[in-house]
Design a binder for this molecule. Sequence first.
Ligand SMILES: [Zn+2]
Length: 270
Amino acid sequence: MLHPLQHQHQNKSQTTPPPAPPTSEQPADMEEAKPSTPPPRDDIVSLDPLTGSPKRGQKKSFTSEDPIEALLQRNEHWSSSVTKKYPELFPSLASTQKPQIMWFGCSDSRVPETTILNLLPGEVFVHRNIANCLPTNDLSSLSVLQYAVEVLKVKHIIVCGHYGCGGVAAACGQKKLGLIDVWLKNIRDVRARHMEELEAIKDPESRIRRLVELHTKAQVHNVLHNANVIEAMRERDLKVHGFVYDVANGKIRKLQVPDDYATEIYDLNQ
Ligand SMILES: [Zn+2]
């Protein structure tokens, strides 16, 4: 059976109807498979991320004393369950990828795009860095963007910020942090442009949340100022979106990003 979003790999001879699209109420796809020794999902939160040991007072985490061995066991379980449910998926991905979505997100472990979008391998092309910054002189993100637009020809580009972002919170403060301050300047620049609005927000947490939104919109505009993106929007209706994710409830909200009338200045294809 193919995943409902796996259109590009669909076998036309297939007679099995596709499953209903996943909803927020449904469990993850993989949970439907019943392997002989499934690792319990609720124990993953009990592993201390720093020590690799089970947290005090909680039950033992992974099935092995060795956390790396336990991760390999999890991978074995996962690949088996996905293969069982979507036997054509891995063979189809062996030769090519045809994702329709480009995702720019934060490196934060709480915002794993494939998980929160309930997607499978092959469905989203990804670039993540601290606080989802897309400066116009960053070769890494620019290279990913160019490949996504020119070669993969994705249909949607998503920039996703998130509430609770440590990078944005740091850029809201005045503490020197070292090398990372160079990177966080991308956010400080947004903060400076919206200083009056932000300083009118008295609650510090609310101010940071607002900066998350403003910063994400600014990164959307950075994408919209890319000449390759402008060309693809005109020629094949590429769409660019701004999302914000709430780590406290797992929900994504679409941001309203106002038109940027400066886009034509960056159009190099006229
Ligand atoms: Zn973040």
